[in-house]
Design a protein around this ligand. Structure first.
Ligand code: ATP
Ligand code: MG
Length: 441
């Protein structure tokens, strides 16, 4: 993509409406624009990040046997009246009437709809377990939308739902999802701690929130510092191995980690003072086991081996895909701009042409652009070097390939790693290999 003809509007000034770094940077780097309170349009660079995150989430859901579907954003109120949540959910739910005076709502979550769908299709215990998910926009009429996409009103969520024959099997599915989440966040390049959490309006008695530590986070958190020393994912775990899954869960939960709603002072006091960490964090995902709450209230059962009715045990599992964009920036930026983890960056590299009127520069840039025209952004604008560097730092591309007249005449370019600032001079022909074989120390 060529910067001169692209829809990638960067802003030099600091937007006054934004209170935290990630929101400011998302506006300045041209990822989003607000269209109404808590509602955002995603511009090309932002959309690329959203898609990259979604794709990693999707792959790690599929890897544990979850199946992707797509449910609509609009829901009939009938199902919610059955489950009893239509009245219970409160003013966060956007209620709409169609021309026939039917009550509809813009889904804030999908437990009712998935339970109904499941009931239409699955009739026998032999068809269990099932894990179904979708990545879809949600609407919650938040009283105070703020921090940009972190607390929006319309936001993109991956929500998965599981159905198991009994408690024991449902808990195994819960562990599986825990593993899938740890793998997902590791691939997204962020450090996340699963913490014991309150279940809120979803109901149920077992829940973890996945928290990115950040001083601007809305949740108060308490955890054992030894948690951060563990390398869970180096334990090679087969997601079908029930013993290994149970063991992983035991390992994780032996360290104290809880959000303020679940904070247990007496357990906390038993942790050596030096290991106690108190701080703030951003919730980027939450998983719940809630048993037969919905299958029972909506009377959705399967036939068991003895011919009797069984209410499947359910769980639900959310990841805030759009919130993650903000949360990752919040934990990965500096005074010059965003520092994208390689796995989700909108562009892998930016080719910075410092001699748009110099033949050697132009020809080298064109050649480099051909390495990966989709993912190498080519800054071919006739601008000052300083403002090109500033934009590249602001947009946070993992690599900058700087092409200036002096080195171009010797067929050389300079390659800069955004994360470390490290620079190296390379022959043009070496660039592709250098970037693809690079390992962070
Ligand atoms: P919060 O406590 O932040 O309001 P929640 O616990 O109500 O979130 P869940 O029902 O657990 O949210 O939804 C799953 C995920 O969706 C959350 O972990 C979060 O990442 C994301 N999410 C929830 N509300 C919003 C919002 N208003 N804007 C952006 N993302 C959100
Ligand atoms: Mg939550």
């Amino acid at each position: 993509m060529r910067l001169s003809s692209s829809f990638l509007p960067t802003i030099k000034e600091i937007p006054s409406e934004a209170q935290i770094a990630s929101h400011r940077l998302m506006l300045r780097a041209g990822l989003i624009r607000q269209t109404a309170s808590g509602i955002y349009a995603w511009l090309p660079a932002g959309l690329r990040v959203l898609r990259n995150i979604s794709e990693i989430v999707r792959q790690e859901q599929n890897a544990i046997g979850a199946q992707e579907i797509l449910m609509p954003t609009l829901q009939s109120s009938d199902l919610w009246k059955k489950s009893g949540r239509y009245d219970a959910y409160g003013p966060e739910m956007l209620r709409i009437q169609d021309r026939h005076k039917h009550d509809l709502l813009y889904g804030p979550t999908n437990e009712e709809m998935i339970t109904d769908l499941f009931g239409q299709i699955v009739k026998s215990y032999k068809e269990l377990p099932q894990i179904l998910y979708h990545i879809q926009w949600k609407f919650r009429d938040e009283i105070r939308p703020r921090f940009g996409v972190m607390r929006g009103r319309e936001f993109l969520m991956k929500d998965a739902y599981s159905f198991d024959i009994d408690y024991d099997k449902a808990v195994i599915t819960y562990y599986k999802m825990m593993l899938s989440y740890l793998r997902t966040f590791q691939r997204l390049g962020v450090k996340v701690i699963p913490m014991l959490a309150d279940t809120g309006p979803i109901g149920g008695d077992l829940s973890h929130e996945f928290i990115i530590l950040a001083p601007t986070g809305e949740s108060g958190v308490f955890f054992d510092a030894d948690f951060e020393e563990q390398d869970w994912l180096n334990m090679q775990i087969d997601s079908e191995d029930e013993k290994a899954l149970a063991n992983l869960f035991k390992q994780i939960t032996q360290f104290y980690a809880a959000t303020d709603e679940k904070h247990d002072k007496s357990r906390w006091d038993q942790i050596p003072q030096a290991r106690r960490r108190e701080g703030r964090g951003i919730e980027v995902g939450q998983i719940f086991y809630f048993g037969t709450k919905y299958t029972q209230s909506m009377d959705i059962a399967v036939i068991g081996s003895d011919g009797n009715k069984i209410y499947p045990h359910m769980g639900s599992y959310g990841i805030g895909v759009s919130r993650l964009v903000g949360a990752i920036i919040e934990s990965s930026h500096d005074e010059n701009g965003i520092i994208w983890p390689d796995s989700i960056a909108p562009f892998k590299a930016c080719i910075i042409n410092l001699g748009v009127k110099d033949e050697a520069c132009v020809s080298i840039c064109e050649k480099l652009h051909q390495i990966d025209p989709e993912n190498f952004l080519y800054d071919d604008r006739d601008e000052r070097a300083g403002s090109k560097f500033a934009d590249a730092d602001l947009m946070g591309h993992p690599w900058q390939i700087i092409v200036g007249p002096r080195s171009a005449s010797k067929n050389k370019v300079e390659v800069k790693r955004r994360k470390t600032g490290e620079r190296i001079e390379l022959d043009v022909e070496e660039v592709a290999n250098y970037i693809s074989n690079y390992n962070d120390r």
